[in-house]
Design a binder for this molecule. Structure first.
Ligand SMILES: N[C@@H](CCC(=O)N[C@@H](CS)C(=O)NCC(=O)O)C(=O)O
Length: 218
């Protein structure tokens, strides 16, 4: 039974799911939801996902949305082992904390910039928004102290979620050389994650083009 993934590859949460799919060797039946054409507000899509967000996964008769819920589900259902989402209580709690960090801190600070920029046509990134992003970078920098991956010493689903958001933030508020742990981790993700080029880089390039075009309207 194919896994249907409703997606738009410029979207960071979508790219987290694509990365998880590559790591697990899963094929998705990709269905584009063009947010620019408001396809996510169509009655059919709202029936599937009343919160009208991408990504949404349909696995046979089961529908789930929110990238963090999706990647956890995919590992639990299709992973050969639990290494990407450990079952041991404390290891899992750390992964969950990082997932919630993406949901509650990283992604909202990205959205605070992209929503006005891309969807309201406001081509300015405020100093306050930049400061918020830099504060989030500082948290991430600290999590990575002494660790190769955001939840410890091996890749987990938290890396998929945090890298898709952080690499997108980096386009808007460059980490430059100010956050060495983040720079090293971004390079590590690029080198070590299965299918990084197709799953994250391609959509990130599209995201960067959309952002640059919106910023050029200043
Ligand atoms: N927490 C959600 C966030 C998903 C989200 O906000 N996606 C954006 C695209 S990056 C979207 O679908 N926006 C349209 C909307 O929410 O109406 C997740 O991780 O899946």
């Amino acid at each position: 039974m194919p896994l249907d993934l409703y997606y738009l590859d410029a979207s960071p949460p979508v790219r987290a799911v694509l990365l998880a799919g590559k790591a697990l060797g899963l094929e998705f039946n990709l269905k584009i939801v063009d947010l620019f054409k408001k396809e996510h507000m169509s009655p059919e899509y709202l029936k599937l996902n009343p919160q009208h967000s991408v990504p949404t996964l349909v696995d046979d008769d089961f529908t789930i949305w929110d990238s963090h819920a999706i990647v956890g589900y995919l590992v639990t259902k299709y992973g050969e082992d639990d290494s990407l989402y450990p079952k041991e209580a404390r290891a899992r709690a750390i992964v969950d904390q990082r997932l919630h960090f993406d949901t509650g801190t990283l992604f909202p600070r990205l959205r605070n910039i992209t929503y006005p920029l891309i969807f309201l046509g406001n081509p300015v990134i405020s100093n306050e928004a930049k400061r918020d992003v830099e504060e989030a970078y500082q948290y991430l920098e600290t999590f990575l102290d002494g660790h190769d991956w955001v939840a410890g010493d091996h890749i987990t689903i938290a890396d998929f979620c945090c890298v898709s958001t952080t690499s997108s933030l980096d386009v808007l508020v460059p980490t430059a050389n100010r956050f060495p742990n983040i720079s090293a981790w971004l390079a590590r993700c690029q080198e070590n994650m299965v299918g990084y080029a197709a799953a994250n880089q391609a959509g990130l390039d599209t995201f960067a083009k959309v952002v640059q075009s919106a910023l050029s309207k200043k």
